[in-house]
Design a protein around this ligand. Structure first.
Ligand code: COA
Length: 388
């Protein structure tokens, strides 16, 4: 049997582990030191000091905006909030049990069909298309959610920020400033994260020079898988189980004895605490300040402490990740667990678009090789001569 010549001199990196496939200046995950940078800025500082709109500008355009640039950018975002009636009708037609990210994937692909300005490989308009997609993503997610709740769809309001609008369009209430601030931080923290699976997907699809709607809807598809779309939902399930169990230590002893995993801990790249988790923890502490019994915070703190002691005793570099505290934060914002991955998508859409813009500056088709392990030169037998 002929052997694929690649077998002689190539190591197969299944899952592309540790493989560097391109360069980027959008973000850097420094897993050894537990740091995340957007265009050179530390995530902790951006989350505390900036707005969604500023960081979207930073990621898309490469630098922080001046006051004038930010005003123009924000004004333009507001002009892009009209969702075509056809998209709403598609959302209405989807089966009720459709997951929010599946609805988003469908709607983003369909949005491309309704955009008269987009052409394959259109360069000048790419930033405008990216901005439209960024504005439409939370609108689509909130509209689909409200349709499923039997509630009326709400339009984005010109007097609200992007983060405020997202909460408003979900709940029908203008959020108080503290909740809006929490949502803003959650979105900023999850906007970009190196070459994660969905970002890689966005880039791979965009590298064929197809349109930005096709690339971003494919990225949503990648995000919707359970290995990627965030474990924050599962952390909240764990919180409820621990409450039923009544004791954190006994729950963890049982989990470890069964070979189970602590949700919201461990990461392929971080060998230290995920810096986003630190910000989410601070945020949860801030949100629960003054409460007599901040249950979720207390349980999670104990889980983190006890699990770390377990991993340390085994010299495993397993620490809390972004999903560990985020679900408890979302729960306090009144957001249903089914929507947690939707928040992730509403944030990460900015990173996907920034990567597509970056790739278009110097495009190269993504086309890796595979090592063939099947047979060769088989004789073709006609249908009647084949064994049953
Ligand atoms: N709880 C308990 N053990 C864990 C663990 C966790 N959260 N994460 C990793 N481990 C253990 C594995 O059981 C494995 O142990 P073994 O070598 O004795 O078999 C070892 O650490 C390596 O785990 P692996 O799953 O191969 O590491 P990875 O780098 O491929 O995985 C994750 C990273 C995120 C998939 C993994 O840590 C995980 O499943 N975490 C829980 C889910 C989660 O929080 N996902 C969100 C990620 S942002």
């Amino acid at each position: 049997m002929a052997q694929d010549p690649l077998a002689q001199n190539q190591t197969v990196r299944r899952g592309m582990d540790d493989l560097v496939v391109d360069t980027t200046a959008v973000s850097w995950v420094d897993g050894q030191r537990g740091r995340l940078y957007y265009r050179g800025y530390r995530i902790e500082e951006l989350a505390k000091k900036a707005t969604f709109e500023e960081i979207a500008y930073l990621l898309l355009c490469g630098e922080l905006p001046s006051e004038q640039q930010l005003l123009a950018f924000t004004w333009k975002l507001r002009q892009l909030s009209h969702t075509p009636e056809k998209i709403i009708r598609i959302l209405q037609e989807l089966p009720r049990q459709t997951a929010p990210l599946s609805a988003l994937q469908t709607a983003l692909a369909a949005l491309g069909c309704t955009d008269p300005t987009q052409k394959t490989s259109e360069e000048e308009n790419l930033l405008g298309l990216a901005m439209r997609i960024i504005v439409q993503t939370p609108i689509i997610l909130a509209s689909f959610y409200r349709l499923n709740q039997g509630a009326c769809i709400l339009s984005a309001r010109d007097d609200l920020s992007h983060a405020e609008n997202f909460l408003y369009m979900l709940s029908g209430r203008v959020p108080d400033p503290k909740d809006a601030h929490a949502m803003e931080i959650a979105l900023i923290l999850q906007m970009d994260h190196g070459f994660n699976s969905s970002t890689f997907t966005a880039r791979a699809v965009a590298s064929t020079l197809t349109n930005i709607y096709a690339a971003t809807s494919a990225a949503v598809g990648a995000l919707s898988g359970p290995l990627h779309g965030g474990a924050s939902e599962l952390v909240v399930e764990m919180l409820d189980e621990i409450e039923d169990w009544g004791d954190v230590d006994a729950y963890l002893d049982h989990l470890f004895a069964q070979g189970g995993k602590v949700m919201g801990m461990g990461h392929r790249v971080y060998k230290q605490t995920d810096p986003r988790a630190v910000v989410f923890e601070d945020l949860l502490e801030e949100m629960t300040q003054g409460e007599r019994d901040p249950k979720d915070l207390k349980i999670l703190s104990r889980v983190a402490q006890r699990a770390r002691a377990h991993f340390e005793s085994r010299q495993q570099p397993i620490h809390v990740n972004v999903d560990f505290w985020s679900g408890a934060v979302y729960r306090r914002l009144g957001i249903q667990p089914i929507l947690f991955p939707a928040i992730f998508a509403a944030a990460r859409i900015v990173g996907w678009c920034a990567h597509i813009l970056e790739l278009r500056q110097n495009n190269r088709l993504y086309r890796p090789l595979s090592l063939y392990t099947g047979p060769v030169d088989l004789k073709f037998a006609s249908l009647k001569d084949r064994n049953p």
